[in-house]
Design a binder for this molecule. Structure first.
Ligand code: TYD
Length: 202
């Protein structure tokens, strides 16, 4: 079972991944956590290229690099973990590319979705949580200044809008959670949704 966490930088994803992992582990479920971009040597290398460079990277090159990192992660880490019976929690997955490169950078959605499909080899999360926060709050919480963070307010508004569209399009998979609440309150909402699916998805 693959569960992904999505949202703007600073929305609190990493905290929620950690809280859910601890809760599942305390009940005896095997859990693996991965973050995107990263988690394999090649993907970490691409992460450095994408986030910490002065080089010009075109929107299409950026989209392909995120997907190259993802292809390696799916192939060498996520699929093996799922086959071993783990619940896999992913801090970002293909919806990040749809939201950031599709809606944010303005690449044609059909192209982005097709590349995502190739990179993931058709693997879809069983459940995706979009942690929704206003852009101002997200930027305030996020202390980073990497390449993506320099994209500007309007870019992040488009990304937020994109996530909402994704949730509207796939309501069975994607749950939009108001992440302006405290971490414990957000976790309670997430746990409620995970519990409803656990028996059928394990
Ligand atoms: P990271 O430091 O992992 O931030 P976060 O904690 O917000 O996940 O940086 C990842 C950055 O890359 C973030 O700004 C979102 C962006 N990103 C994309 O633009 N497209 C993608 O497909 C992925 C996975 C991430």
């Amino acid at each position: 079972m693959l569960i992904s966490f999505e949202g703007l930088d600073g929305c609190g994803k990493s905290t929620q991944v950690q809280l859910l992992a601890e809760r599942l582990q305390s009940l005896g479920y095997p859990v693996r956590i991965f973050r995107e971009p990263g988690a394999t040597p090649l993907s970490e290398y691409i992460r450095q290229l994408l986030l910490h460079t002065e080089m010009e990277i075109s929107p299409i090159a950026e989209m392909l690099l995120f997907n190259a990192a993802r292809a390696q992660l799916v192939h060498s880490a996520i699929r093996p973990a799922l086959e071993a019976g783990a619940i896999v929690l992913c801090d970002r997955f293909d919806d990040s590319t749809t939201a950031y490169q599709g809606y944010g950078r303005g690449l044609p959605l059909a192209v982005v979705l097709q590349c995502n499909q190739i990179a993931t080899d058709g693997l879809k999360p069983a459940l995706t949580f979009v942690l929704d926060v206003p852009v101002e709050l997200a930027l305030q919480r996020s202390q980073k200044s990497d390449r993506m963070e320099q994209a500007g307010l309007l870019f992040f508004e488009r990304v937020r809008w994109g996530y909402r569209e994704i949730a509207l399009r796939e309501p069975d998979r994607v749950i939009c959670v108001d992440a302006t609440y405290t971490p414990d309150e957000v976790h309670t909402t997430i746990w409620h949704h995970v519990c409803r699916r656990l028996p059928s998805l394990l």
